[in-house]
Write a protein that binds this ligand. Structure first.
Ligand SMILES: Nc1nc2c(c(=O)[nH]1)N[C@H]1C(S)=C(S)[C@@H](COP(=O)(O)O)O[C@H]1N2
Ligand SMILES: [Mo]
Length: 412
């Protein structure tokens, strides 16, 4: 037990808890949260576009990279946020809490909101990539709403801390000639040590000191920064193989492995769980084409008799995994030509009702030569779970919009 208190005392020792370290971690955290916010908005609006929005259909890897960044940066936020909390946590218990009046109330409210919503955001984000929905609310709605709360409270927090941030932003302003950190100036930021600490922090400090009364050892700033960096690196290396093929061998924590699944490709929704297995295997399956009152339908053999094209395009899931695959089928634009609707958007409907059974395909995607009604995957007929008899595959789109088990295409 004595050892535990010694360790606690060691980790409470001061010099690592310096505004320079808070700023150094804060910069990385700010960058990571900004990446998450922007890529998150992109992912949200490509799925729920506002009327005036346009989404590019190239480069093919656009969504793959954007969502890979979203999940990777989000995971890196975990050690960064914990490290930042370690650095500043005595401040969280400053006593009296609202000394400084109304402004302090706002400041502390914003930081409380930021810390609590970030912890929830990162927590449910991790649960989502493992598809472990143990929380009693809708992931997408809450994740989306929290994003705005986090960014707004972060902006308020940064505004309050601007003097400290600018003071300690540059290394040359932060150290003396021998490279040691300059002391914190009076009134600038109080990161107290045990003899002077007041309030809850002081009580905790002194209580621990009583249990383990030896002189506190110091944890250096480098050790803390190194620990956080190592944590982020380990998380990156052991998860990002699910989207970066070169790191596949190190992928021990990512929920998906490259090349594992039917036809060497992961499956998110199976035909059975979508309730479409029987309909998809029906020998009388038809792809219905609708243009106003006009109706046409094509059998699988008729689709197979049309000119076939082969493209290499990734499935890039919102959950962060992505994998390249080779798809063969007919060009979507050939269907549009057949219907005389090359300048239109399409509604793509699956045999699956509800869920991700429907997607709107904007005309730039319709006319992209790589957008296919795929019939084959990696050289063989699509397996049931990959969308047999026909699925949509288009460049630069999230996996959720690559609709499987097609039943109709409608001109809008
Ligand atoms: N009809 C339908 N299509 C769907 C889905 C679905 O739930 N229903 N899931 C999508 C999701 S989230 C992904 S990531 C891709 C995965 O494609 P794959 O299972 O062939 O790898 O399919 C998409 N197509
Ligand atoms: Mo997905």
């Amino acid at each position: 037990m004595h050892k535990v208190f010694q360790l606690a005392r060691l980790s409470l020792a001061l010099p690592s808890r310096h505004p320079r370290l808070a700023v150094a971690i804060g910069r990385l955290l700010g960058l990571a949260f900004t990446i998450c916010f922007l890529t998150g908005l992109y992912s949200h609006f490509i799925q729920h576009p506002l009327p005036w929005m346009f989404f590019p259909d190239r480069p093919v890897w656009l969504y793959r990279v954007s969502q890979g960044l979203h999940v990777t940066a989000g995971l890196a936020c975990i050690p960064l946020l914990l490290g930042k909390l370690y650095t500043v946590f005595p401040l969280l218990f400053k006593w009296p809490p609202f000394k400084g009046g109304f402004v302090t109330v706002i400041e502390r409210a914003s930081i409380t909101l930021f810390v609590s919503s970030s912890l929830v955001q990162l927590g449910i984000g991790v649960l989502d990539i493992y598809q472990w929905y143990i929380f009693p609310f809708n992931f997408l709605q809450v994740h989306y709403a929290l994003a705005y709360i986090i960014i707004a409270s972060l902006a308020i927090h940064i505004a309050f801390k601007l003097p400290i941030i600018t003071r300690w932003w540059r290394k040359k302003d932060s150290v003396d000639d021998s490279g040691d950190l300059l002391p914190v100036e009076e009134g600038e930021l109080t990161l107290e040590d045990s003899p002077t600490a007041r309030g809850l922090t002081g009580i905790v400090y002194r209580w621990i000191d009583k249990q383990a009364p030896q002189a506190p050892q110091k944890v250096s700033r480098r050790t803390v920064l190194g620990g956080i960096g190592a944590g982020a690196a380990v998380i990156f290396l052991t998860t990002s193989g699910q989207t970066i093929p070169a790191l596949d061998k190190l992928n021990i924590l990512g929920p998906r492995k490259i090349g594992v699944g039917p036809q060497k490709l992961s499956v998110n929704k199976t035909a059975r769980s979508a309730g479409v297995a029987a309909k998809a295997y029906d020998p009388n399956w038809l792809l219905t084409l609708k243009h106003g009152k006009k109706r046409m339908s094509l059998t699988l053999s008729e689709l197979e008799a049309m000119p076939q094209y082969t493209v290499s395009l990734p499935i890039a899931c919102v959950e962060g995994w992505s994998q390249d695959a080779v798809w063969t089928g007919i060009r979507f634009s050939d269907i549009a030509k057949l219907l005389g609707a090359e300048d239109n958007d399409f509604m793509v409907q699956s045999l699956q009702k509800g869920g991700y059974g429907r997607t709107k395909l904007e005309k730039n995607f319709v006319n992209n030569d790589q957008t296919l009604i795929a019939l084959k995957l990696n050289g063989d007929r699509l397996s049931l779970d990959h969308g047999y008899p026909a699925r949509l595959i288009a460049p630069a789109r999230p996996g959720v919009l690559q609709t499987k088990w097609l039943s109709s295409l409608e001109v809008l």
